[in-house]
Write a protein that binds this ligand. Structure first.
Ligand code: MN
Length: 140
């Protein structure tokens, strides 16, 4: 093994059961054991956002473009702007996505849990209710 470029895979549409609206991602890196690192670029169209979910080993987002939101269950909505980096701890339920009137793109960095534990990387829950997503542009 040596330093080498990695192939660019296809841009993939985010599945409807996990995302509201149009979301596309590129999986740039998925480490092989002993690395369990994953790196994706995720692009959210205006109004698009994830369902509630939790990452077994947490997740760090770095915003590259646009305007968006991230919110942990029971906490205030945080507005995301280009250059912002936010961390969600292991097992914490949260969602992220674009504002109602802007695109938002972020890098998503996370790790898979120890495969011996049989735990999924990400546990998906319900989609956001009408009253949960901030409908007003830039609100939050
Ligand atoms: Mn997440």
């Amino acid at each position: 093994m040596s330093t080498r470029p990695l192939p660019n895979g296809p841009t993939v549409k985010g599945p409807e059961q996990w995302f509201t609206g149009d979301v596309y991602f590129n999986a740039y890196y998925a480490g092989q054991e002993p690395s369990r690192t994953r790196l994706n670029l995720v692009r959210f169209a205006p109004g698009a956002h994830t369902a509630w979910h939790a990452h077994a080993v947490g997740q760090t987002l770095h915003v590259t473009e646009g305007l968006g939101y991230v919110q942990s269950r029971g906490e205030d909505v945080i507005v995301l702007r280009p250059g912002d980096t936010v961390h969600t701890p292991a097992g914490e339920w949260h969602w992220h996505g674009a504002t109602a009137d802007q695109f938002m793109c972020h890098l998503a960095l996370w790790e898979a849990p120890d495969p011996a534990g049989g735990q999924p990387e990400t546990t998906w829950g319900e989609k956001l209710g009408e009253d949960e997503y901030p409908a007003a542009p830039g609100e939050g």
